[in-house]
Every structure is written in structure tokens, then in C-alpha cells.
Design a binder for this molecule. Sequence first.
Ligand code: FMN
Length: 381
Amino acid sequence: MPEHTAQDPLKFAYWVPNVSGGLVTSTIEQRTDWSYEFNVEVAQLAEKVGFEYALSQVRYTASYGADQQHESTSLSLALLTQTEKLKVIAAIHPGLWHPAVLAKFIITADHISGGRAAVNVVSGWFKDEFTGLGEAWLEHDERYRRSEEFIRVLRGLWTSAQDGGGGFTHLGDFYRIHDFTLRPAPVDVPGRAHPEIFQGGNSTAARRNGGTVADWYFSNGKDFDGFTEQYLEVNQNAALAGRATPPKFGLNGFVVARDSEDEAHAVLEEIIAKANPEAVEGFRQAVRQAGASSGDGKGMWADSTTRDLVQYNDGFRTGLIGTPEQVATRIVEYKKLGVDLFLLGFLHYLEDIAYFGEKVLPIVRELEADAVRAGELAPAR
Ligand SMILES: Cc1cc2nc3c(=O)[nH]c(=O)nc-3n(C[C@H](O)[C@H](O)[C@H](O)COP(=O)(O)O)c2cc1C
């Protein structure tokens, strides 16, 4: 696999709005729909204007402003069939999937899409979803130990299928695989060892898994320091694990780009002023099951304010609010700190993605080229 370099153009992903209520828990008017038909339109537009990835969300039941949801793997596959270049990342929970069943599903999706399937392994915060289904809710770090094994099994099954060698065996605490082979192998895509494995989670355990086993580490919305802190720790974990290629980094951000700075900030303030307080408070209580419940209390949402939680992945914290020039400049500043991919959410998906592609992305590309010329981007990590 070619070495990734910071001089590669930044990649962009968008959050698939497959959960009702949009990406903000607010009663502000949102012209974003969660339906399949709307999502096809968004996906086709996004790939046309320069988005390389889409990330679906996994949610099984009504909760915190999201009354309806489409299942992530099936919707992701459907979007793959309706697009030509877009890579679609399906979010999944270890604990609700067997890794070999998922590995097989993704291989089929990969063949149907010509090598564009990917997964986001999420360890979960929504206890009621597990207990309501009669599944055990493991303690926080145990969930991450299971996720680590899950990723090792996915990768093992995918790579042993390619080798054409013997079957894959894994005898762990959570999964036992006995000399098993999946045929066909995933599609052989240059620059990709197998379908990419993203990991969403920011606690100490998540940083360990990100460093040791994931291809990509996804961060919740963060300011510069908050991102850098994770970047250093995850890379340190990768070095300790002896990984030749450390994971790449994706950062969440909610974009409000408008012709004037005042207009953009007015939209943000209206979103917050019209927040749904009960739903935000319910969510705040529920996400205490995330990193806040771990031994050191660190992790996603551990220090989020009510204002932050109106975008349920802390997307306002990244500060992508302003004119196209301001948003693009901030994006490239993050790139200098090590961000490889931006995972973006929007208020009015169709209008805002079109605006982003037309007005913000060209400036990002110019600023990136300037930064490379000025030697501000490290040649390789
Ligand atoms: C980019 C990203 C996407 C996520 N998507 C989902 C999701 O679709 N469904 C879900 O239940 N949790 C999702 N999560 C949350 C994780 O399951 C986990 O609870 C959260 O990252 C807390 O991690 P921590 O305990 O390591 O801090 C996502 C997290 C990130 C960073």
C-alpha cells in the first residue's frame, strides 16, 4: 500500500442523514429528509461536487429527536448501487453483528460496488438499545476489547481470503474462528489492502484501538488542541504497537458556510436557540455510558456543553462557521495538524452540499497547494 502523505489532498465525507431530525437536535426549519429517495439525491450530488466518502449512522430505535431510522448496512449498499465513485462507510456495532457475517456482507457489497464498501466500527453509547434487544451491555473498556477483536477478525478474514492460502483462525475472548475461508475475496483495489476499517470513539480505549488496529481514527468535533491531543496519543499507540503505517485521521465538523460571516453565525445561533431541550438532555444522560463511564472518565462527550450537544457529535466545536474563505482556511489549518479527512454535517443537505462544493472546496484546494509550496505540510508521516 503506498505511504499516505500529508500532501495528499484532503478527503471529504458527509454524514448520511439516515436518521430523522437531521444532524442537529433543533426545531429550526431543516430541509433535510431521512428517506431513501432524498439520500440517493444527496449521494449523487455529493460525489459530483467532490465528496469521496459518505458515512451512514447506526440507530435501531427512536431516541433523542430521531424518531425514524434506516438501517446502516442496507442503506449503504443501496447508496453504493446508486453512485459511481462514492465510498460508503456503514456504521456497525460489534455485539449486534458477528464479524464473519459482516465480513461476508461487506465482501458482497464490495463486489456490487466495484470496491467502494467500508465499515465504521462503533462500540456504542446507547445502553437501552442493547438491553431492549436482550443483549448484554458490557462495561466500557470491555466493549472496546470486543471491538479490537472484531476488527482483527474482519481484517484476518479479508486478507486470508486474498492470500488464497489457508483458512483464518482466531481464538479470542469474544470470537472464535476455526480455519475459515471466505470466497470471493474483497475486490482488489490499488492502494487498499481490503475494505477500509474506520473506528468511531475517543476514549483512552478508543485511542488504543485506533492506534493498534483501525485504518482510520474518527474524532468527534474538536478545536485545534483537542484534535492534536488525540493525534499524538493515537500515533504513539501505533508506534508502540509497531505499526509501519499509522492510522489516518478523520475529524467531524458541522458546516454553516454563508456569503457573510454574520449570516453564518446567525444560522448557528438560531439552531441553538431552537434546540430541543428535552431531547438534548436525554442524550446527555445517555452518552454518560461513553468515555465518561470509563476508569479515567475521558472520551467523547465527556466535556461537552449543552450547546455542543445540539449537534450530537460536537460538530460546532470544529468551528466551520463563516464565509467560504473562513471555513476553507480553518479546514486547511486542521490539515496542517494531521487531519486527513473531514466528516461533515449540514443543515439543509442539498443546498449546503452544493454550496460547499461550489464555494468552499475550490478555496481549500488553492490553500492546500499554497501550503505544499510553502513547505507547511509534512511530506510523510
Ligand atoms: C464518527 C463517529 C460516528 C459514530 N457513529 C455512531 C453510530 O452511527 N451509532 C452509534 O450508536 N454510535 C456512533 N458513534 C459513537 C460510538 O459508538 C461511541 O459511543 C462513541 O464514539 C464514544 O466513544 P468513547 O466511549 O470512546 O468516547 C460514532 C462515533 C464517531 C466518532
